[in-house]
Structures are given as structure tokens and as C-alpha cells.
Design a protein around this ligand. Sequence first.
Ligand SMILES: [Zn+2]
Length: 489
Amino acid sequence: MKILIAGFQHETNTFSFSKANYMCFKIQDSWPPLLKQQEVLDQTKGTTLPIAGFIESSIKDKETQLTPIVWCSAEPSSFVTDCAYKRISKIIIDGIKNNPDLHGIYLDLHGAMVVESTDDGEGNLLKNIRKIVGYKIPIVISLDMHANVSRDMFKHSDAITMYRTYPHIDMHDAGKRAYEAIKYLINGGKYYKAFEEIPFLIPLHMQSTMIEPCRGIYEYIKCIQDEYNKWAEFATGFPLSDVSHCRPSLIYYSNEKIPRNNDFNKLLQSVITLRSEFNSKLYLPNQAVKFAKSFNHPVILADVQDNPGAGAASDNIEILEALISLKVESSLVGMINNPEVAKIAHKIGVGGKFRAKIGSKFNPDYTSLECKFKVISLSDGKFTFKGKMYKGIRANSGMTACLSIDNCSNIHIVISSVRCQALDKAVFTHLGLNLNNYKIIVLKSTVHFIDDFQSFSKTIINVKTDGLATCDLRDITFKNLNKNIETNL
Ligand SMILES: [Zn+2]
């Protein structure tokens, strides 16, 4: 049983400030750099990536032979350039052409990739692969739960498995389930399948599976799973991709003909009925800081709209300004992306002081803050994530520095040179910072931080700043969204 495996991931925020070119896929950021052939097996081993789960499951079957081609991802941003898309797709397509004796293909994809000249990066890739292999061999894909699953992705794959947690602490499981599905198909099995669109967008901060309504929906999905014979997936969607297939969706696979009024229909009806539950308040920076000060235990302020993990610039300083003006004691803000300031801090060294401006670097519409900083600690930005989601994955935030503001020494700010979502405590602890010293932590992250930071605090306040990872969907003017999809819950 010879299976070709490859991975090509990008979550495209079409409202973001910069495109993903080939270099963005080549470099190491929160995820590994571009890996080729044997590197895919060697360098994903022991990580939580879907492809690592697939590889791990295949090892127990002696007759399975994997042909690894490529694996790459880029930090969420605006469109993938045509050049990068063509170059990476060609590596996968050539790999398939060079291996005419394949029994199956597994792809580790995201599901919300928008390319300069193609709205549906994954669907287009699958269509092109079918042109080579036809329907003679199965294609199984795993997707992020933030996928905007298109009709082409559904049509040109034989089975789709997806993450079922946000924070994504089960990426590995999606790869494992993909392996079982492809094994069943290669051995002559067949899946009947169903697909339904959900007629409203869900803001990212309300897609968390640690709270209702998603927690209950995914519990039901777990209940209706029958091993690899029958399962459902709920793609909560990525609302920041302005394309016609942007919306949540449900998919269902069964080894038997799908009857009417089955579990899948019940799931569809329950998601639609829960519509108004997907809305929740976002606090403005001053409101949020005042509210946080009212607690007598530590609090997390989630800067959800400036989350680099959803394509934002990660340099908005509105919450920092509120901390300063409301004289908050002992707080930590991270990570603000500003390579120039990080470089100066490294040049001056720990204990040194310098004047600089932060904020508005990537978006001139943001407010900025110019003041004197003191260097608290420094790192080369190379560290290993330790939380459940990214455990074992090597990070690279570039030259990184922890600074304090000269006349507010109790406010610490972590500055990075590469955009990196603050979803893992290692973002701070690798700089020697002790989180117990802070009363308020400001994280540029949406939901992903909840798992690893719950030991710091379970009190989370979602804050609305002027960032490009918009969670208040009323603020977005969509041009390409299907007219039947509601954005105002
Ligand atoms: Zn995701």
C-alpha cells in the first residue's frame, strides 16, 4: 500500500496587510520551515501536526509505504501569491506524476487558502490532482476546523477529517483518522457523503470549543461517530476570507447509504437553531482594563482583533495605552511585532535604555507610542513550545526582547521580529519571565491561548482593538460573500 503524503497550509485573511510569498512558506515561524521528502518524516516526528499523526498511525501497518513529498505552511496573512502557489503545487503534482504506482494520496491542508488568482486554493489543487490520477485512487485530506470547505474540496476528496478543538489540541488526531479512512478506501471500502452549508458567519472568538455553543456541538459529533464507518465534521469557517464559499459547513461520511432524518440532519438543525448563541460582547480597551482591575485574581485580556495567527499585524498598542493611563500595576503585553525596536534592544543590551516608537508600523492607521524603554531580557527567539497545542514544535520569533517603559517599570512588553501568536507560555518563559509576577497579561491571540494559559487565569476578557483579525463582523464590508450568508448574528 503506497501512499503519497504532502502538506500545504495557509489561512488567508483577505483583509490583511501583506501577502504570503514563497519565502513565507520556506521560513520557520510558529511552524516548521518548508520540508522536502525524508525531512517531512524526520522533522514532523514528535510534533502535534496532522501529518505527524498520519505518519505515526501508518507505522503500525508493515505493508504501508509512505512517499513524502513536501510539507509547508506560512503565518496567516493576505493572499498567497500566484508564484508561491504554483511553485508549491508543482512540487506536489510532480511528486504524483513521478509515482504512477500510488494506491492513495493524503494531503494535510488548511481549507481557507485564497490565492491571488484563485479563490479556492485547496479545491483548485485537488481538481488538478484528479486530472492526473482520476478517481482510480482515493484522496483523503485533513483540514483545520477554520476551513471554508468548498464544493470542489468536498467533491475531489474521498474523505475529509478535521480538527474538532479550538484551541487546536487534536490536530494529530485529525491525521490519525485520515489514515484510517484512506486505509479503508484503499482496501475497497466506499463512503457515502453529505455536505451542508451554514447560512451565517461565526466570529472567531465564539468558535472556542471550551465554551458553548461549540462545546455541545462537538460533544454531539463525538457521540455520532462510529469508528471509521460513520462520522461528521463541523467546519466553523474562517470569516476573514472574503470569498463566495466563506461560511461554516457540515460534512458527513458513512459506509452505508445515508437515510433521511439521520444524525447528520439533527446536527445541522441544532447548529442552525443555536445561531444567536454565537454572539458575545467585546470590550473596548479602557472598559476592559477597568473591568480587569476589579478582580482580585489575575486576568487575561485577549487582543483578539490583533491576533497574528488570524492575519493581523500584531502591533496595536491600544490596550497598552489603557494600562498606562489607568496606572495598572504589574502587567505583561505580548508579542508586539517590531523588528527594528527588537534590533536596537539587542544592540544596547540588558539594562540599557533607548527611545523608540512602537505601534502603527504595519498599519499607519493604528495609534503609536513613543517613549523611553529599558531592556529587561533578550532572546534569539528560538524556543520550543510546551503547551498541548504545539508541544514539541520549534518556534522562531526572530530577535526578541522584553522591555519596560521608563516611567512605568511595572509594565513589561515583549517585542518580536517575526509575527508569532502568544498562544503558549513559552513565548514569555523563554525570556526568563515569571508569569506569577503579573496581575494582567495581554495576549495577541484568539482562543488558542486558553489551554496553556488556564493555569495563569481562567478569567478572560475579549477586547476589541483596531486590528485586522476582525471579530466584530459588523465592521467588515464583504465584497464577495454569498448574499445568503448573514454576518450580523
Ligand atoms: Zn485554525
